[in-house]
Structure formats: C-alpha cells, structure tokens
Design a protein around this ligand. Sequence first.
Ligand code: G6P
Length: 503
Amino acid sequence: MISSRTWTKEQLRELIETHLSGVKFIVVSNREPHMHRYGEGGDLECIETTGGLATALRPIMAATKGTWIAHGAGNADRDTADEHGRLAVPPGNPSYTLRRVWLTPEQEEGYYYGFANEGLWPLCHIAFKRPVFRLANWETYQEVNRIFAQAVIEEAAGERAIIFIQDYHFCLLPRMLKEMGGDKLIVAQFWHIPWPNREMFRTCPWGPELVDGLLGNDLLGFHIRNHCQNFFETVDNTLEAMVDREGWHITRGGHVTSVRPFPISIDFLANEALAMSPEVTAAMEKWRRKLRLGDRLLGVGIERLDYTKGIPERLRALDCFIETHPEWREKFTFVQIAAPSRSHLPEYQAVEDEIEKLVEHVNWRWGRHGWLPVMFIKKQHGPVDMLALHRLCRLFIVNSLHDGMNLVAKEFAASRTDNDGVLILSKFTGASRELDTALGVNPFSIHDTAQAIHQALTMEPEERQRRMKSMREKVAANNVYRWAANILTHLMKLDIPETTVNE
Ligand code: G6P
C-alpha cells in the first residue's frame, strides 16, 4: 500500500495537505494527551498521559494540526481551557487543538471505570479476569458516547471531516455520527486492544449493540490479522451482516465497513534522538547511583500497573531464576517501574497488593550484604527517565499475558542505538509478530521466563547485536507515521459518497 521507505512527520503532513485539503481531521479518544492538574503544593502542572494510545497519537496530531477531542480528567483542566473546553497543545510548542469534554464523576464512574474498564477491558484480554457488566454502567456508556458525538458534530461544524475514533470507550460513536453527521463525515476507528474470540464475546449482554455501533465505521482497524478474523467471526455470530473475509469488509444495511490490520508503532527517530541526548546520559548516571548499580547487570520492566502486564508472573520468574542460578546472586538487579492506573478499581488494587507482597518476598528470600534483587517503583516517569533505563539495562522484560501491540517494546528497541540489550517478549503481544528476534516467552510459564532471563544475561555480544539490529530496522521502517499514512491512504481509496477527496 505504502512504499517501504521510512515515513517522516513532514511526509505525513504533505500527504494530508495534498490529498485532504479542506477536510478537517478530528481524533476522538477517552484519554487526553496532556492533562493539567494542581500538584501537592498547589502548583499547576501539565503532564503527558501514559499508555500506548496517547504515545502513538501525539506525534500524529502534531503533524496533522487537527483537533483532538478527549475527556478532560485533570483537576486543573477547566482552568486551562477556554469556555468551549479548547486549548492549543502541546504546551511550549502548540501545534493542534485539544477539545476537552466534561463528564460528571458519575458519568466517569459508569462509562470509564465501569463499562469500559470493568467490562470491555477484561472481555477483550485473556488475562482470566471475569468482565463485570452492569445495566447502569451500560446506560452511562451510551449517554457518554452521545456526549462525545455532540462534541464531534460541534467541532466538524458541518464541514467535511475525517473522524478518527480510538478504542473500546466508543463502540457506539461511529453509528451515532453517521446518523447525525450524514455523508460529510468519514468515520474510522482504531481498536488498540485485542478483539476476543466469538465465544468470549458472547458473554457481553449488549454484544449486538456494540457490534452494530462499530459497523457504523467506514474503516475499522486492528493491530493484527488475528484480531480482524476474531471480529469477522463475532459479527457472523452476533447479527445480520454480510462478512467478506477475502475482501476484508462487512456490509450491514447497505453500509460497507472495511476491516484491516494496521500494526501501530512509535516515532522511531524522535525516540532515538532523545535516547542519545545529554539529558538521557545524565539520567543514566542518576539511575546508576540511585540503584547502587556498580558492576551489576540491570534488568528493567516499565508499564502501567495493570493485571494484563504479567508483573506478578515476572516476579515469580525472577524468584525462580535466582533460585536456580545462584551464580547470579548479587550480580544482577531488577527494577520494576509501574505507573499507577485505574487504581479506583478493585482488580487493580488487588494486583498492586500482589506485586508489593511478591517484591517483599523475593527481597526477603534472596537479599543479602545490602543487595536487593528487585526494586519496585510505583510512579509515572517522564520519557527521559524511561529511556535512560532502556539504555542502562542488559535485559528488558515485556511479558504481558495479552496485549494488543505493546509500544514499550518498540521504544526499547528505538532507544538502543548501541544495538545492545536483550528484549524478552511475550508471545501474546501484537509486537511479537514484528519483533521476532526478541527472546519470545510464554508469560504463564515461570520456568520459561526464568530461562529467558538466564539466556539474556549470558548471551554473546554478537548475538545481542544481531537480534537488536533486526528489531531496530523493523521499527524504523514501520514507524507511527507509516501507520497513520496507511490508514489515511486506505480511507482515501474508499468509495464514500460525497466525501471523495480532492474532487
Ligand atoms: C491502553 C488503552 C488506551 C488507554 C491506555 C491507558 O493503551 O488501549 O485506550 O488510554 O491503555 O489507560 P487509561 O485508562 O489510563 O487511559
């Protein structure tokens, strides 16, 4: 579809300016890219939010200069936006508009914590957490999707626009938009998490409504083919529609939805440039001191504190590794960074407790002479700190139980300009399809993961280089601009009445 050259921010901008002039570009997501809040001392701070979605979309928006509609969730968000909820971002270098949507605490509870994260999140991830579906939350989910639909219609202001919806928070939005916005809107959605198999999906009491909502899209993207195939089967099993697997589309009520895989990625060059900056070098020194690293080799894990990420399994694997490889005692330290996430939900509190207990257990069992095998830091860190850890470590572990893509794995590869460092990567991540020279593990196998830790620590430099080089080439070629360009090019080719670009 797109040539094999590396895509840049400028080329994406050119593509948009040449082919989509006069068409507004509007992104919708629950999570906003920049959140304002009052810190403990009452100081106003602006933070970059965590998670793969915001990481991937921020550079795209800077290139497209469009409008990003999202929930204003920070306690200083209202004070920093105008009366329509709009502000220019990113701070310091404003290049696009953020339109914040205001929700009441009850709406946030029912739609975000409730239906989206207590229901759809576990429904789509095989992490053996039962989804919880409550009628009141479903009603709030519908209500909030309508609130966002209204905001989109306001921002599109009757003009031709591409609406690019993100994720599982907005299954109903595409159909609502098609009904409210008519032919002037091209509606696409990207699903950032896995799509479950049809048996699993049947457990959702409002499955047909969700699928019908999604089929309002002109284009629906998933990370990998397997998620598309699960979606085709789900549709076949859920409602009346014509599924054309070979043509990669579904027709319902005369409307065609194209369904395709688009593996998401990162801004490779920006990540690489930051990784080589003096700030990162200084942060590496800071970490060395903080971790009292000395000659020890370092292992690192960084993610949101989420039960899908396999952190307890990783700690058990570390325990098993130290037990079975006594020669590595006092010679290896592991640091686990976890950004607090959705901590209001009991399942998230439970995994946090479990992690804390396991860290204490491993350190109690093996710590000696001032050496602690594991350091657990529960805090969101900025990119400089994270990239410093990427560069400092010998091994990096991503052992998610199930993950749509996992961009942290790609960020690690981009940071290793020295072509060194070993990535241990769960076979149940979308990223493992591309990063096939990582050490693949089944995260449910403690033994397997412990073995991989040993293999990573003892791997010869030539092999580390060969594996890392191949991963870096893949991420460099398939960066986030190429992802966006693929989606936009696909949209331009769709036969959408009244919306053909550059007539
Ligand atoms: C995943 C989801 C995103 C979400 C992110 C962070 O990447 O696919 O939709 O934004 O996690 O989670 P949060 O609930 O904090 O937005």
